[in-house]
Write a protein of this length. Structure first.
Length: 423
């Protein structure tokens, strides 16, 4: 960030952008890692689960907003979903399952029948027990099965269950199947299950196998479309590992490592003075990356024939020759003259637009809607070279300066550097 006015920016300008930038920047990386290694499978979606881990008084709301901008498909934060018109996704907690102690708690509970005759209220438990006997799954946890029946009566249209409270494969998964068969008989379409512990690769594939077996045995195609949601400290490394191992997961619920940005808890940006009263200023340092490029500049993104951005170019705002499509442009490394390249861009995009004009305040007409901002971010990610998104040994994106800007930088550097005298 650059400042061309005389006053230092208030901390309030930096702090929110740091927090918001973490979530929106972290999101595309996790989306990239969440893609399937087996391209015959559907690409998993990502849902923001970070409400209880987000930091600050409005951290949960901001996490939902900026993860949505970054590309996440939904949030578990109901209030943020309602206020921002973001899809809401989630399920019950383990404590909900544990609160059911016996089948007696759901005796007599009913759901409206949507198919197979007149709309009537139907008692769920006897139908569930019938399937339980037919499949021979009589040893599943009774309290868990009761909880699923109770949940199905309240949310028959969005029946998605957390299945790892007691035994994932031999109880939770089976109890979900039993209730799902009954809901399907009544005209409802179950949504799926969530895994929150254990070997996510093995368990997801085991669940997928059971679903496909049930689909074939009972001729119930909805089993092929069920979501398998995985949570439990998901981060980029876990996503990368799951893709290498193979899995049946169709949705990732990511919380702590998204909203707190485990991999980079602070946004590495600075706000420095580069010009005052029209006079360019420079800050020197023994660390080359901390040397400022002086003067007010315009940033451009230059695209090549393949459609990918080749590099970003910083040009002094007073330069006559701004980059143009089809015109050869010399682009230099800011500090190493021998590192240079000539670019003939197929497309040139100006990156900066004035949104706040000092004493004149906010520039009208520059605000974008949340959906427009989300689409913009999505377009930027889709136009990023794949090597830049690699988990290991990712490529380096170039930021260059024009020839005039390079010359002026090193001239001012020379002028402002005192000459030491040795005796």
């Amino acid at each position: 960030w650059e400042e061309t006015a005389g006053a230092n920016p208030p901390r309030a300008l930096m702090t929110p952008r740091t927090a918001d930038g973490r979530a929106s920047r972290n999101t595309p990386r996790q989306l990239a890692e969440g893609g399937p290694a087996d391209f015959t499978r559907r690409k998993p979606k990502c849902v923001e689960f970070g409400l209880r881990r987000a930091q600050g008084p409005d951290g949960g709301f901001s996490a939902s907003k900026y993860s949505h901008i970054g590309g996440f498909h939904a949030t578990s934060n109901v209030q943020a979903g309602k206020l921002l018109n973001i899809p809401i996704a989630g399920t019950h907690a383990h404590s909900f399952i544990m609160s059911y102690t016996s089948m007696a708690l759901v005796e007599g509970v009913k759901v409206k029948r949507l198919k197979g005759g007149a709309e009537e209220m139907v008692e769920l438990l006897p139908l569930v027990m019938k399937y339980r006997e037919e499949l021979g799954w009589t040893k599943t946890n009774d309290g868990e099965l009761a909880a699923f029946v109770g949940y199905a009566t309240s949310f028959p249209n969005v029946f998605l269950c957390l299945i790892d409270t007691y035994d994932t494969v031999h109880s939770g998964l089976r109890n979900f199947v039993l209730v799902s068969l009954v809901l399907d008989d009544l005209g409802y379409t179950p949504r799926g299950i969530r895994l929150d512990s254990g070997d996510l690769s093995y368990l997801s594939l085991e669940c997928e196998y059971v679903f496909h077996t049930m689909a074939d045995r009972f001729s119930r195609p909805f089993f092929y479309d069920l979501d398998i949601v995985a949570s439990n400290d998901i981060n980029e490394n876990v996503l990368h590992s799951l893709n290498k191992q193979g899995h049946g997961i169709t949705m990732f619920g990511i919380g702590t490592n998204l909203v707190t940005c485990q991999s980079q808890p602070a946004l590495g940006c600075v706000y420095k003075l580069v010009e005052i009263d029209g006079e360019p200023r420079i800050k020197l340092s023994n660390d080359i990356e901390k040397v400022l490029i002086p003067g007010k500049k315009v940033a451009y993104r230059l695209f090549g024939e393949a459609g990918w951005p080749l590099l970003d170019l910083l040009v002094d705002s007073k330069e006559v020759d701004q980059p143009r499509v089809g015109v050869r442009t010399l682009c230099l490394h800011p500090f190493m003259e021998q590192k240079r390249v000539a670019v003939v861009p197929k497309r040139v995009v100006k990156l900066h637009h004035l949104v706040f004009d000092g004493k004149n305040g906010v520039v009208p007409g520059q605000d974008s809607t949340l959906s427009e901002t989300r689409q913009f971010v999505n377009d930027q990610v889709n136009h990023t070279r794949p090597d830049l998104l690699r988990h290991v040994n990712s490529g380096e994106y170039k930021v260059s300066v024009s020839e005039d800007t390079f010359r002026f930088l090193h001239q001012l550097w020379h002028t402002e550097t005192p000459v030491r005298e040795l005796r």
